[in-house]
Design a protein around this ligand. Sequence first.
Ligand code: DC
Length: 232
Amino acid sequence: MKNNKIKPIIAIDGYSSTGKSSYAKMLAKEFGWIHIDTGAMYRAVTLYAIENFYKNNTIDELALLAHLNDIHLDFKLNSDSNTNEIYLNGKNVENRIRAFDISEHVSWVAKIPEVREYLVKQQRNIGKKGGIVMDGRDIGTVVFPNADLKFFITASIEERAKRRFTEYKNKHKNISLEEVQENLKQRDYIDGSRSVSPLTQAADAILIDNTHLSKEETYNKMVQIVKDKFQI
Ligand code: DC
């Protein structure tokens, strides 16, 4: 159901591995809006840092900050899948940024205030005209506090670890369920406790806990909320 007349800003925030990005992508497709995965932007910056400023198991923060302006991010539509994919300095990195080495470092990069400032500015620019479904951690609280509709998605840590583990397993990653759960826990902690725009539910966000909901049930619930809200 394409709807090009209504151009809302829809914010989807929540914990890692709750399916936020998938739901955002599906909603955008269904209603003819644009999907922006802001986690992909933090992941792409992390990839750039690992490729260029990684020594002795750490990212050189000062070097990264000195070169922030060299990081150019774009989203381009993949016409086969009809979904947006992220490009880092002209190169498609949509798959590369999902690897575990990026997940291990991304929360650390995402808590650097200058990195957030750099990306939030771009996110506001991309979304300001509306007709957008943007997912992340601070969309409804910081990027677009006046978004037309806000969701906050959560699920138990055990359920999220299981889902992410299955995803890694399908990609033949040699990693245990315990490692995946530990990484999620660490990211929850870093994302939720950082000083700049920590992960938190906006007061006016609709909470969806999908621990006991299937993907389809979660999505149907969200679609109904969107339809009711915009009378479409
Ligand atoms: O959604 P994701 O797992 O791809 O996000 C990757 C990391 O980026 C996550 O650990 C938190 C961070 N992030 C953020 O701090 N703010 C956002 N708007 C999006 C993601």
